[in-house]
Design a protein around this ligand. Structure first.
Ligand SMILES: CC(C)(COP(=O)(O)OP(=O)(O)OC[C@H]1O[C@@H](n2cnc3c(N)ncnc32)[C@H](O)[C@@H]1OP(=O)(O)O)[C@@H](O)C(=O)NCCC(=O)NCCS
Length: 279
């Protein structure tokens, strides 16, 4: 793995260094002001910059704050971004591991964030590489968003929970526990609650109380949005209906499986009884 430097931000200059990264990733309209970031960092939150070897410009950052959810402290990770040339380099995982270490030192065992459920890369990163899961769907969570990743569609989000103290999470991060392929799941007979029919979403299925279910999403949602906004909206609504139905019936999405031909689908399983920590 390449060498990275992760620098925890504790002054205004370091927080200000995230602004060009925020602008490049989303746009100037949704920037978190560095003064607010600094206040958060000084009150138990976490801001860190990632640098590639020999590169003086920050290549990525992560930002989150302490919250309370279901009567327990947790860390809400509000932003994570890595510049294009550093995508796929491992820097994003290094930033998340630094955030995890900060939280474990505080005695916090869950880091959470929101994610567009149709972003396959983020799904693979969050579920496949970090070992997170979700059981909560929010329609149009942030309302209309003006930035380049979100404009033009309802900002639906899944609420992603990352159990940072779990053995499975450590193994996943180390690469000792890898998810099965989508072909494996299909060979095992796992059925689809939502499946692509060519480029379009197929008809919604029923859960049928199955022990495992698949919900497919497009391979490259940003490209689809750019070339066919009507189809992108159809996927937004189809995935919303499938995930809301499944979560409402007690399922959680615990993996994101990929196939050799580029397809990708969430794997859903019934949640354990209420009161247990995670599915
Ligand atoms: C999200 C982000 C920080 C992740 O960093 P990254 O360097 O791209 O992440 P990684 O390469 O380590 O992991 C992404 C994985 O998704 C895979 N992937 C990429 N495109 C994919 C696609 N279309 N479908 C499925 N998987 C895909 C990658 O191959 C990689 O998996 P692998 O390492 O097993 O091959 C970065 O992409 C980013 O800054 N995105 C824009 C901002 C953003 O969306 N932030 C997150 C908000 S929740």
């Amino acid at each position: 793995m390449p060498e990275f430097r992760i620098v925890v931000a504790s002054d205004i200059a370091a927080c200000a260094a995230t602004v060009p990264l925020q602008e490049a990733t989303w746009s100037g309209d949704v920037v978190v002001p560095p003064q607010l970031m600094l206040a958060v960092a000084h009150n138990g939150g976490f801001v860190a910059l990632g640098y590639g070897a020999e590169d003086p410009e920050p290549a990525g950052f992560v930002f989150g704050f302490i919250g309370i959810y279901d009567y327990h402290f947790r860390h809400h990770s509000h932003m994570l971004a890595v510049r294009e040339p550093y995508r796929g380099s491992g820097l994003a995982q290094a930033l998340k591991e630094a955030q995890r270490d900060h939280c474990l030192d505080q005695g916090i065992e869950t880091v959470a964030w929101t994610m567009d459920p149709l972003e396959a890369r983020n799904a693979r990163f969050n579920f496949g590489k970090l070992g997170a899961f979700t059981r909560t769907y929010h329609r149009d969570f942030y309302g209309a968003m003006p930035d380049k990743l979100n404009q033009g569609l309802p900002s639906d989000r899944i609420y992603v929970e990352w159990p940072i103290g779990h053995d499975r999470t450590y193994k996943r991060l180390r690469g000792d526990d890898v998810p099965p392929s989508l072909e494996d799941a299909e060979r095992e007979g796992v059925g689809y609650l939502l499946r692509a029919d060519g480029d379009r979403p197929g008809p919604a299925g029923a859960t049928g109380s199955a022990s495992h279910l698949l919900v497919e999403i497009p391979h490259a949602f940003q490209d689809l949005k750019a070339h066919d906004p009507t189809m992108a909206l159809r996927w937004r609504i189809a995935a919303r209906e499938a995930l809301e139905r499944a979560f409402g019936e007690g399922y959680a999405a615990v993996e994101f499986l990929r196939s050799a031909d580029g397809r990708g689908a969430y794997l859903l399983v019934p949640q354990p009884r209420a009161g247990t920590e995670s599915p």
